[in-house]
Design a protein around this ligand. Structure first.
Ligand code: IPE
Ligand code: IPE
Ligand code: MG
Length: 249
């Protein structure tokens, strides 16, 4: 039986973020080239989106390409970019059927023109969908995001559109790429690596973290449900004591 039935629909994380890691190692293990792992990883992306929709998650953010990933061999970068284009073309049906709205975070202007065009088209086609907001992090780096926000806030101060005393968490939030998303409740990383790799540093301040040994191409709906059940077993205290939390329930 599916683990799905063990999930409490009243205690879902609003925003789930995923560091999809382990494609290269998955491919190597079977004697294939690294890029084969990326191709297989697309199936895991589809399963994760569908699982999120099935249980009623509102926001899912997937780390697809980091600012640091430009340091990989050119062949691998080119393959990832063309895989992005072909997957968007292929999965538009999945988005429409599941009522998924696509958006991106990161500096998209540095991506190949073809990828930008396909992203723009898919965003446009899915803009009225409302069940799940799917955010792809592309050429995304949390430090770049914070830097970008700092520059934009500073410009407003210089132009007298904002006063220094007015800068608060809300203002900072509204200048991040994730301005329209709630804070991350739950962060999943596959492949056993225990690090954040420059992903959503501000937004994960109070997120629950989940690390699994499963390599990304092996991730699927059941693994997603398993992670959510683990999330639901935790007590989120936000600085309070356990007794204070129990009293409220
Ligand atoms: C994650 O898998 C995909 C991207 C970072 C684009 P990796 O390609 O990092 O796989 P490993 O970590 O080398 O196994
Ligand atoms: C993080 O994975 C980036 C993405 C999943 C897109 P990496 O595989 O690039 O991370 P590091 O470099 O091993 O930390
Ligand atoms: Mg990796």
């Amino acid at each position: 039986m599916s683990l799905k039935h063990e999930i409490d629909k009243n205690r879902l994380p609003k925003h789930v973020a995923v560091i999809m890691d382990g494609n290269g190692r998955w491919a190597k293990k079977q004697g294939f080239k690294r890029v084969f792992g990326h191709k297989k990883g697309v199936d895991a992306v589809r399963q994760t989106i569908e699982a999120a929709v099935e249980i009623g998650i509102e926001a899912l953010t997937l780390y697809a390409f980091s600012t640091e990933n430009w340091n990989r061999p050119k062949y691998e970068i080119d393959t990832l970019m063309s895989l992005l284009v072909s997957s968007l073309k292929k999965e538009i049906g999945t988005f429409q059927k599941n009522n998924v709205k696509l958006q991106t975070i990161g500096n998209i202007e540095k991506l190949p023109k073809k990828a930008q065009r396909e992203l723009d088209e898919t965003k446009e086609k899915t803009k009225n969908n409302s069940k799940l907001t799917l955010t792809l992090a592309l050429n995304y780096g949390a430090r770049e995001e914070i830097l970008n926000a700092t520059q934009n806030i500073s410009k407003k101060i210089v132009n007298n559109e904002l006063k220094i005393e007015e800068i608060d968490e809300k203002i900072i939030n509204s200048h991040l790429y994730t301005f329209n998303l709630p804070n991350v409740d739950f962060l999943i990383r596959t492949s056993g690596e225990l690090r954040i790799s420059n992903f959503l540093l501000w937004q994960i301040a109070y997120a629950e973290l989940y690390f699994t040994e499963v390599l990304w191409p092996d991730f699927n709906k059941e693994e997603f449900y398993r992670a959510i059940i683990n999330y639901q077993s935790r007590e989120r205290r936000f600085g309070k004591t356990s007794e204070q939390i129990e009293k409220r329930n």
